[in-house]
Design a binder for this molecule. Structure first.
Ligand code: SF4
Ligand code: SF4
Length: 181
């Protein structure tokens, strides 16, 4: 069977909306040794802490097997690398097609910053923008930093195959328990 992509999900019953995950995400993806304590640009996380009525929970990319964002991208800036859906920001033209296609709202368009300075397109007098979303901390060998920093353990990395098998086991255990009564 084809290996299904991993993805991070948030648990709305645990999240307190502190945004530690967003800040850590931004710091971890910044160059030049930026840490949460010396961020010199607006915070552009790759996950989005979202409040709905009484619940707060981060939303992020599910690394969809059919990747509607990639299919919508005319520039072919979104692609699969192994089991992750990634964005080539140099190819991105900020047309917003991926943003419209994503069922989770997992893509945001953000301004490009170099050395703490916003990059302005000279001819347009507008900031240069690109699509931004969760890359599962692609270059970080310990895995997604959001999972690590959450003080409430509200985020977890899902392996869909393992999750399914675990549910199968639980279902069998329940059935066996019923016959033993
Ligand atoms: S760090 Fe954890 S508790 Fe804080 S906003 Fe993120 S998911 Fe919620
Ligand atoms: S950005 Fe949205 S559409 Fe694209 S892979 Fe992630 S969740 Fe799926």
């Amino acid at each position: 069977m084809e290996k299904l992509s991993h993805f991070v999900v948030g648990d709305g019953t645990k999240c307190i909306g502190c945004k530690a995950c967003e800040v850590a995400c931004h710091a971890s993806h910044s160059v030049n040794g930026i840490t949460a304590g010396n961020i010199d640009t607006p915070v552009f996380p790759k996950l989005f802490v979202t409040r709905v009525e009484e619940v707060t929970v981060p939303v992020q990319c599910h690394h969809c097997e059919d990747a509607p964002c990639a299919q919508a991208c005319l520039e072919k800036a979104i692609y699969f690398a192994g089991d992750k859906v990634l964005i080539d920001t140099d190819k991105c033209k900020a047309c917003k097609d991926c943003l419209m296609a994503c069922p989770f709202g997992a893509v945001e368009l953000v301004s490009q910053f170099v050395n703490g300075e916003e990059v302005i397109q000279e001819n347009l007098k507008k900031p240069r923008m690109y699509a931004n979303k969760c890359d599962l901390c692609d270059t970080r060998k310990q895995g997604p930093i959001c999972v690590e920093v959450c003080p409430k353990q509200a985020l977890r990395l899902v392996d869909p195959h393992k999750e399914k098998k675990e549910k199968n086991r639980k279902a069998v255990a329940t059935i066996v328990g019923m016959f033993k009564k």
